[in-house]
Design a protein around this ligand. Structure first.
Ligand code: HEC
Ligand code: HEC
Length: 416
């Protein structure tokens, strides 16, 4: 800045001061007005829009993707270029230098003009920096895996419903029943005699949002003796699993949601031909899976009869064998016909199986309790076609109506 410029500038400054506005109180007053307006806007935003809460911290949730707020993403991304040993360069040196340059800027840049056309270098450099920050932010955002997907079990709605159905069968059936019908709990340690309301009613479905259902599963209802299932609360289900159960409940019991076709197909079991013998893998396993394994699985101490594989069904239990091929006096058959015998009371304890299902189990035991479809076909009188080849005869009952038999996933591969 030469002498001439300096004089001009000081003149201008002097004039401005003469007719100018006073800092106190005029400028302060204007500032206060703006600050107050921003304050009101913040309160409005907080009240009417708010920030979405993240789920409660869960150290067991390995699928959680930690990310800084968006305005720090560029720094976060920069760390990727300074891996391991030299990370300190990215975390300390580079930002430190940037701040130092800002401090020194008035000494570095002595240009007296304010108009942008006279500040090409300064504006150019700053634009580059801003562009760089935008670029890094975009990079970071693009490489962030969507956290929703990261902890979802299934890639499609149908898969999620079926996964939820399986989880429901294992975790919830013992207290809520195979179809969510509720009733008096029997055969569950510590909860004998507790009355549970139906959770499959429209009343329930219309008044509970997905979030409410999720929270009930996550936190339980301790004062009503509903246990918590979320890993953060001492249970064994992750967020994706709990979401799958909620999805299953919604699509199965809420008449406003329509169950996808694939689910209906996957959860139907074939109708038996007149002389056909059912097999464990095709007909029986899905029944046990929905109505029995919730109690008959490892970890339950009030009985030792496991029912997750053919071997377990045939050989485990304090009163084993509970299935004697060809013998309708087998414990299993007597118990599903609601007899009270030495081995235990009626099974499932709360509500009897549908007649169609009792029929399948009866014919299975009578036909020699075969494991695979091939064994069942071999045991049947000559000329009886296996049920799967007659698709038009597939039982059309679906998971939808609470009152109709609901059997998930008639699998055609032997249980492990
Ligand atoms: C050990 C028994 C038990 C198990 C297992 C269990 N619950 Fe519950 N649940 C209860 C009891 C008891 C209540 C409270 C009584 C009631 O609401 O009827 C309850 C209440 C509920 C409610 C709330 C009902 C309402 O009126 O608000 C929902 C929803 C529910 N359970 C869903 C589930 C799901 C889903 C599972 C499986 C992940 C499950 N429960 C597993 C015992 C159990
Ligand atoms: C709510 C939990 C529960 C459900 C659901 C349940 N059981 Fe049981 N089951 C028990 C208990 C507890 C026993 C131990 C005897 C008793 O207390 O009555 C038992 C015993 C048995 C036994 C005798 C085992 C032995 O060797 O002593 C058989 C067989 C049996 N159940 C079959 C079934 C079948 C088949 C289903 C499904 C259709 C089923 N159970 C569903 C709780 C359950």
């Amino acid at each position: 800045m030469n002498e001439e410029h300096k004089k001009q500038y000081l003149d201008k400054y002097y004039q401005a001061k003469q007719k100018g506005v006073k800092f106190f109180p005029d400028i302060i007053y204007k500032d206060l007005l703006i600050v107050f307006a921003i304050f009101i806007i913040l309160i409005m935003l907080g009240t009417f829009i708010g920030v979405k809460n993240e789920p409660r911290v869960d150290p067991n949730d390995s699928a959680y993707v930690p990310r800084p707020e968006w305005y720090f993403l560029f720094l976060f991304q920069m760390l990727k270029y300074f891996p391991g040993e030299i990370e300190w360069v990215g975390t300390t040196v580079v930002p430190g230098l940037a701040v130092l340059v800002l401090f020194l800027l008035p000494f570095i840049d002595r240009n007296p003009y304010r108009h942008f056309s006279k500040r090409k270098i300064g504006i150019g450099v700053m634009s580059l920096i801003v562009l760089g920050m935008v670029f890094l932010t975009v990079q970071a955002a693009a490489t962030t895996p969507p956290s929703e997907e990261a902890d979802t079990l299934a890639s499609s709605l149908s898969e999620e419903i079926l996964a939820g159905s399986d989880l429901y069968s294992i975790q919830c059936v013992e207290c809520h029943g195979g179809e969510g019908e509720g009733g008096e709990i029997k055969g569950v340690e510590g909860l004998e005699g507790v009355i549970v309301n139906p959770i499959n009613s429209q009343d329930m479905m219309y008044t509970r949002t997905d979030e409410t259902l999720y929270n009930i599963i996550d936190y339980g209802q301790p004062n009503l003796q509903m246990p918590p299932f979320g890993t953060a609360n001492g249970g064994e289900l992750g967020p994706g699993e709990m979401r799958a159960i909620v999805t299953f409940m919604r699509y199965t019991w809420d008449d406003r949601a329509e169950l996808p076709q694939e689910v209906t197909a996957a959860s139907a079991i074939p109708v038996l031909g007149p002389d056909e013998i059912p097999s464990y893998e095709v007909h029986v396993a899905p029944i046990f899976k929905r109505y029995c394994i919730s109690c008959h699985r490892p970890g339950k101490e009030n009985q030792n009869n496991l029912m997750q594989t053919y071997d377990e069904v045939m050989n485990t239990g304090d009163n084993a064998p509970n299935v004697i091929p060809g013998d309708l006096m087998s414990n299993l058959i007597r118990m599903i016909n609601r007899e009270d015998i030495d081995a235990g009371g009626p099974m499932p304890p709360t509500k009897g199986l549908k007649p169609e299902l009792i029929e399948i189990l009866t014919r299975w035991v009578l036909g020699g309790a075969p494991n695979t479809a091939a064994e069942a076909a071999a045991a049947a009188p000559a000329g009886v076609a296996p049920s799967e080849v007659v698709p038009s005869e597939v039982i059309t009952t679906t998971l939808t109506a609470p009152d109709v038999t609901a059997i998930p996933e008639a699998t055609t591969t032997p249980a492990p």
